[in-house]
Write a protein that binds this ligand. Structure first.
Ligand SMILES: NC(=O)c1ccc[n+]([C@@H]2O[C@H](COP(=O)([O-])OP(=O)(O)OC[C@H]3O[C@@H](n4cnc5c(N)ncnc54)[C@H](OP(=O)(O)O)[C@@H]3O)[C@@H](O)[C@H]2O)c1
Length: 286
């Protein structure tokens, strides 16, 4: 097995390299400078030079708030770029696994959402990712939805909370967003299994159990206290509406992805606490 990974410098791209190395799987991870998914020439050049057995599209426009005023850029990467990778792979007979997000859902159901649940995004980012999923599936690719990714080095929620906790006595974190944190290394392990026999379908994979952002922040601070004398208190708040502190994009209030289909393929969800402890040790144990 030989994998070509787009978005190779991102959180998931780096984890695929790391976990591939641990499993003796050859992973060629291209940063954006070497493989731009919005350029057909760039994509086919990389495929032809690598001759992979599977392509994982980990490249994305992930700036959820900025997407509200950069709609064209978000769609160019998350919809058109994803389609381009899927079509280039299909043309050369190389299966493609594309990564998507729980933000395709409206987030009003407290029940775990199966792959068959109706997607109704409430942000431009979510719309662009849903459009990308549809194009990839139409081109015969596989789509793996995940949620709340975190990794060594981030950047992401874990690094943001750590930075604030080390410098402030109190941090306010929203209690009305609930989801499933996922360690990028765990997702990478799951993808390395799927890449051996990808199927043209949609599949959910995330960590468990579901928590609120405030609960996740409290866990981050608790684990960080193993390494630093942190006095910071996490105060759960409601998401600000309007005003300078309000986010530009709406987030789904609660999404738990149902991962039964992944479990049946031998990749059950892992507890995110294990990965979080590993990431925090990497950030602070020195
Ligand atoms: N992060 C999360 O919480 C989360 C949650 C659910 C799903 N996901 C999905 O999981 C996947 C991986 O996310 P991640 O957290 O690893 O993202 P990430 O860290 O933001 O990495 C994405 C990478 O894609 C690159 N990229 C952007 N435009 C590109 C283009 N036109 N061509 C090639 N590369 C391009 C970025 O490069 P630059 O930095 O140079 O722009 C970046 O290195 C994405 O599909 C994302 O939507 C993420």
């Amino acid at each position: 097995m030989k994998l070509l990974v787009t978005g190779g410098a991102g959180q998931l791209g780096r984890s695929l390299v790391k976990r591939g190395r641990a499993s003796a799987i050859e992973v060629v991870a291209c940063p954006r400078s070497a493989l731009d998914i919005t350029s057909w020439d760039s994509v086919v050049r990389a495929i032809d030079a690598t001759a992979p057995t599977c392509i994982i599209n980990a490249a994305a426009y992930n700036a959820v708030d900025a997407a509200e005023h950069e709609r064209d850029v978000a769609f160019a990467i998350n919809r058109d770029g994803a389609e381009l990778v899927a079509r280039a792979g299909a043309e050369r007979g190389v299966p493609v696994i594309h990564i998507s997000t729980d933000y395709v859902f409206e987030g009003i159901s407290t029940e775990p959402l199966k792959e068959t649940a109706v997607a109704l995004p409430i942000s431009v980012y979510g719309e662009s990712k849903l459009a990308g999923e549809q194009r990839v599936l139409a081109a015969g690719g596989m789509v793996v939805r995940t949620s709340w990714l975190f990794s060594d080095g981030g950047p992401g929620f874990v690094q943001t909370i750590l930075g604030l906790a080390l410098t402030r006595p109190v941090i306010e974190v929203v209690r009305d967003q609930r989801g499933c944190p996922t360690w990028a290394d765990d997702l990478a392990d799951a993808l390395l299994i799927l890449a051996d026999s990808p199927t043209a379908e949609l599949l959910h994979y995330c960590g468990g159990p579901a928590v609120t952002r405030a609960e996740l922040a409290q866990e981050i601070v608790k684990l960080a206290r193993r390494y630093r004398p942190i006095a910071c208190k996490v105060v759960p708040i409601a998401t600000p509406i309007g005003g300078s502190g309000a986010p530009r994009a709406r987030r789904p209030p609660t999404v738990t992805l149902d991962t039964m289909r992944a479990s049946l393929r031998g990749i059950p969800p892992r507890r995110w606490q294990t990965g979080l402890a590993d990431v925090i040790a990497g950030e602070l144990a020195s």
